[in-house]
Design a protein around this ligand. Structure first.
Ligand SMILES: [Zn+2]
Length: 140
């Protein structure tokens, strides 16, 4: 379950920063590596800070595991991904760089979805193939 940040409520209580730790199921459609799936939920550890202009800066890490078939040899493979994510939420409409939020409540869903897409590798390699590619690239 992805929590929301009640920015208006925080401001009313004079709380200008806080932390969030939660986990949620990633949308399997985000992942387009053949024969690879999310292994368990995505864990998010975030902190947020509300500025005087009511903009909300959120940063932290999202972490998740992938498991499935190696993209080269189809042997079992897995990976643990940890990604540093950061975003700015502005009251009202967002712009090209910042997200918007309405009615005093910051919804994190769209940003987390996009962060997972940025964090995802283009393929998954088993240990042997990762080592093989490393050796090969060093020879070039
Ligand atoms: Zn492999």
């Amino acid at each position: 379950m992805i929590p929301e940040i009640d920015a208006r409520g925080c401001i009313a209580r004079n709380m200008w920063e806080g932390t969030l730790a939660f986990s949620f199921e990633a949308d399997a459609s985000l992942l387009d590596i053949p024969f690879v799936n999310f292994a368990g939920p995505v864990r998010a550890e975030l902190s947020y800070r509300i500025a005087e202009d009511n903009s909300v800066e959120v940063s932290g890490t999202i972490a998740f595991a992938l498991q499935g078939a190696c993209s080269r040899c189809l042997e079992d493979a897995s990976a643990e991904i940890v990604y540093d994510a950061r975003a700015l939420f502005l009251p009202g409409d967002g712009d090209g760089e910042a997200y918007g939020y309405r009615n005093g409540v910051v919804s994190l869903g769209e940003w987390l979805r996009e962060s997972i897409m940025f964090a995802l590798p283009s393929r998954l390699l088993c240990k042997a193939c990762a080592q093989w590619e490393k050796n090969n690239s060093e020879e070039v």
